[in-house]
Design a protein around this ligand. Structure first.
Ligand SMILES: Nc1ncnc2c1ncn2[C@@H]1O[C@H](COP(=O)(O)OP(=O)(O)OP(=O)(O)O)[C@@H](O)[C@H]1O
Ligand SMILES: [Mg+2]
Length: 402
């Protein structure tokens, strides 16, 4: 069918033509926004899930919901080895602009505090970095949010930003993607600041998204984090939602799927959003006419898999060094060996000892490879002594590569 009218959108953070199966999270977030704006206690939100399940697009949708309510919003993507100060300053700068507080003087003051927070970057090259500013023209407010202790500074910063939002009867929401990559100091400061702000009824919330072990990262930092955040597991779509993700965009283009075709699509994609978009895209291009049939899916399968191999699996596999690749392949083999039916469970974890056994090495000698794969976000550890792929079906992909 006409590729120009192809509605599907495989790609990291690509807005899907239909955001299926997330009504519950969207509705819950509306309640959070209303409560926070009224000064009611409410927990910040954290979305967790595997790669490609739609955390980033949901985070963006939640941000749009906040903007529609007149909130100030800002977003950042955490990176390993990067301090929170600069990206958070830029995000809050944006949020303050969106708030549109009527009094210039008040706004200028808060912008000056943000600038002061941003410029207080610790480290030996602090002199050079001092010059950096998040594009704020307002004069720096000295003595506020610039002690150098990120916990103290964050509380001061967010208190001032929250006060500005409270003045106009709105709130501020900060969206943090890849939150598991925040440094330990920043995580702990962020938890402390959220704790303090919610106790004072200030309308500031943090909405995070990250890999499945993010709750463990947060609770390792502050034991009270479980009460601070409401965790939402973002998972693959139900059959019904997966059908809607395919059918609704097709209908916009006057096309449809047969019932068998939808069943075959779910078989192939298992409801993983990235796979749905990749299969949808290939099937659309290769199907001669509407309705799309089972045969069309059989024809499109290899192309969809090829696209996934490059765009979804390959792009991540390439980040691994040869030693790390050996480790990944050993994980895939260990997963198959440990399963009852000799087929790996796409989200199952394996014991690190089993991986070592597959490679015939001592577990300790493999820690560097494992640690760096953890840091690259290719694997995660949900429980002690066990690891799993963050990428669904990665084991299957690795074994077809071999
Ligand atoms: N609810 C949904 N319905 C249909 N398609 C979706 C949905 N959520 C996400 N997608 C599609 O899935 C793909 C992956 O989405 P996204 O990048 O948000 O995943 P992610 O969880 O952030 O992945 P990563 O961990 O790699 O960052 C995109 O192509 C997006 O359009
Ligand atoms: Mg993402």
């Amino acid at each position: 069918m006409d590729p120009i009218r192809n509605p599907y959108a495989p790609g990291a953070g690509q807005r899907p033509p239909e955001l299926a199966g997330r009504d519950e999270q969207l509705a819950a977030f509306d309640v959070v926004l209303e409560r926070v704006a009224r000064g009611r206690p409410e927990r910040s939100l954290v979305l967790t899930g595997l790669r490609g399940v739609g955390k980033t697009v949901l985070l963006n949708a939640l941000r749009s919901a906040a903007v529609r309510k007149g909130w100030g919003t800002g977003k950042l993507e955490a990176r390993p080895d990067q301090s929170l100060r600069r990206p958070l300053s830029s995000a809050l700068h944006q949020a303050v602009r969106e708030l549109g507080h009527p009094e210039q003087g008040e706004t200028e003051h808060v912008l000056g505090v943000i600038r002061s927070f941003a410029q207080r970057e610790a480290g030996t090259d602090a002199k050079l970095r001092d010059k950096w500013s998040p594009g704020i023209a307002a004069p720096v407010v000295r003595g506020r949010a610039d002690s150098g202790d990120v916990e103290i500074d964050l509380v001061e910063l967010l208190t001032d930003v929250g006060g500005l939002a409270a003045d106009v009867g709105k709130g501020v929401a900060v969206f943090i993607d890849e939150m598991q990559d925040l440094g330990a100091d920043d995580v702990s400061a962020l938890c402390a600041a959220c704790h303090e702000l919610s106790q004072n009824g200030l309308p500031v919330i943090v909405v995070g998204a990250g890999l499945p072990h993010l709750p463990a990262v947060l609770s390792a930092s502050k034991s009270y984090s479980e009460r601070l955040f409401s965790y939402q597991r973002i998972d693959r779509l139900s059959r019904e939602a997966a059908d809607r993700a395919l059918v609704a965009p097709a209908e916009e283009e006057e096309a449809t799927f047969t019932a068998d075709a939808l069943a075959a699509m779910y078989d192939a994609t298992r409801g993983y959003p990235y796979f749905i978009q990749a299969y949808g895209r290939s099937v659309w291009d290769l199907a001669p006419r509407t309705p799309i049939t089972v045969d069309d899916i059989a024809v499109a399968g290899p192309e969809a898999e090829a696209e996934l191999a490059v765009g979804f699996f390959g792009s991540r596999y390439e980040r691994a060094t040869p030693a790390e690749r050996d480790y990944l392949r050993a994980m895939a083999d260990a997963a198959v060996a440990a399963s009852d039916d000799g087929v790996d469970d796409p989200v199952g974890s394996v014991a690190t000892a089993d991986v070592a056994a597959v490679l015939g090495k001592k577990p300790q000698s493999l820690s560097p490879a494992r640690d760096s794969l953890l840091k690259k976000g290719l694997i995660y550890s949900g429980e002690r002594g066990r690891i799993a792929f963050t990428v669904p079906h990665f084991g299957r992909y690795l074994r077809t590569q071999a």
